[in-house]
Design a protein around this ligand. Structure first.
Ligand SMILES: Nc1ncnc2c1ncn2[C@@H]1O[C@H](COP(=O)(O)OP(=O)(O)OP(=O)(O)O)[C@@H](O)[C@H]1O
Ligand SMILES: [Mg+2]
Length: 449
């Protein structure tokens, strides 16, 4: 019965997981959010009613349909009283089941748009927070669920705004450590000396101002995951200490002689070409190998523009729930957006949608509600682009500075080899950057590019 029902629903395009009993179902429900639970009532050892009650204790938004045998209408009524959305009497026709499932899912969808708790549940549960249907995103989510259950250190690479932190959170949420803390630290945001005491803690009186002993973030993350963001923005000395902590599974507070054992899964991220940093001796190679046991690359949005419509819908849904003034995005606006290169990646799209939702007059969002920055490309040096609210992101400023430097060098030097030499990068890096910036040259690419 279960197998054929699942088969039927899958054939209708639903994504279905099967559980052989109540306990198994509850275990699945705890792993990720579901829209619908379809259960029989007569089961052993946990019956359908008990399952229903426990399932509804969980996340909001879950709909339940119970299946009852002909003649046991009382239990069906009891199920409805206990919070089931609907019941269906066996034997039933395929069409009837599909119809009821569709109705229940419609309701689930309605609830999840208005219910911010459901949103939070999704955030907590990782993968579903990662919106995207491109092949690249699907591959990424598959890899995330595969690595989540190991304790392997993961290095996440990707341009700014591609969703690296979301990926890190998903890994944690899907891992057996999900009940312990996820502790993020951004190495670029704190000074070198502070970073060390932040991460490793310090003894009382270790330095001026250290009036109390303090646990470091490694200790805070004990049993859970530590997310080390922008890991390339650290000194060699710091990198050595980090390497030691990873190798020995212990940390030593600043100003302390003894070490403390920590059980922490480390996930690191970088928006730089970290291998290039290793080649340039800006980043310790041994630490790189330690961190990059598994490497996940988050592709830039311009390489998966088919994700733009679903992402825009996702951000709009969120904005609508918050603004209480629903907007609809028009097809022409979607087309306008999918023709753009998104130098600021998903974050830029998110900001565009939020702004449009906050500022647009009418109910429909039109192309002009999404003012885009000038597209990249050509040989003319464009000024640092400014967003409508008057500030450029740091990433944009850096990109523009790189573009200018490369253009000037290209104009003045005879070949790519010289350009690379003068700019202090390898020809491969130079070529990659030029491709990304849309800079053209008549010269041949290097053989290994
Ligand atoms: N696939 C996605 N689905 C839904 N939201 C996304 C997705 N990718 C990114 N976002 C959203 O875009 C914003 C940027 O994501 P995130 O902070 O994870 O990027 P990042 O790669 O860490 O960027 P940075 O390098 O600048 O720190 C966040 O608000 C995040 O929620
Ligand atoms: Mg980040």
């Amino acid at each position: 019965m279960r197998a054929t029902t699942a088969l039927l629903l899958r054939a209708e395009g639903f994504s279905v997981d099967e559980a052989g009993g109540g306990e198994e179902a509850l275990a699945l429900l705890a792993q990720r959010p579901y829209d619908l639970l379809l259960t029989d009532l007569k089961m052993e050892p946990m019956d359908g009613l008990a399952l229903l009650k426990r399932a509804l204790d969980g996340p909001t938004g879950l709909q339940v349909i119970v299946m009852t045998a002909y003649g046991s209408i009382e239990t069906a009524v009891e199920a409805i009283r206990s919070g089931a959305y609907d019941y269906i009497t066996k034997p039933f026709k395929d069409g009837e089941l599909v119809y009821r499932v569709q109705k229940a899912l419609e309701r689930a969808r309605l609830i999840s748009t208005v219910d911010t708790f459901a949103g939070e549940f999704k955030e907590r549960h990782g993968l579903s927070a990662l919106v995207g249907k491109s092949a690249a995103m699907r591959e990424l989510t598959t890899r995330i669920s595969r690595v989540a259950n190991s304790d392997a250190t993961v290095l996440i690479e990707g341009e700014s705004g591609t969703g690296k932190e979301l990926v890190a959170r998903a890994i944690h949420a899907l891992s057996s450590r999900s009940k312990a803390p996820f502790v993020p630290v951004n190495c670029a945001a704190i000074t070198e000396s502070l970073l060390e005491s932040e991460l490793f803690g310090h003894a009382r009186g270790a330095f001026t101002g250290a009036v109390k002993a303090r646990r470091g973030l490694f200790e805070e993350a004990h049993g859970g995951s530590l997310f080390i963001d922008e890991v390339t923005e650290t000194s060699g000395a710091f990198q050595s200490k980090l390497l030691r902590a990873l190798q020995e599974h212990e940390v030593r507070r600043v100003g302390e002689n003894t070490s403390i054992t920590v059980d922490v899964r480390v996930v690191a991220a970088s928006n730089r070409d970290i291998e290039q940093d290793v080649a340039d001796k800006r980043f310790r190679q041994d630490l790189f190998y330690r961190l990059a046991v598994v490497t996940l690359k988050v592709p830039p949005l311009r390489d998966r523009l088919e994700d733009v419509p679903v992402l825009a819908a996702h951000f709009l849904e969120r904005a609508n729930a918050r603004n209480r003034r629903p907007h609809r995005i028009t097809q022409s606006a979607i087309e306008h957006l999918t023709g753009y290169s998104f130098p600021g990646n998903v974050r830029e799209l998110e900001n565009l949608v939020e702004q449009a939702a906050a500022l647009a007059e009418g109910e429909e969002l039109l192309p002009e509600d999404f003012p885009l920055k000038k597209q990249r490309g050509g040989t003319e040096a464009s000024p640092i682009p400014f967003s409508p609210v008057g500030v450029a992101t740091l990433a944009d400023a850096v990109t523009e500075a790189e573009r200018k430097a490369i253009q000037v060098a290209l104009e003045r030097l005879p070949d790519l080899g010289r350009v690379a030499e003068v700019l202090g990068v390898s020809t491969t890096t130079l070529w990659r950057k030029m491709k990304r910036l849309g800079l053209k040259t008549s010269q041949e690419p290097p053989p290994d590019a």
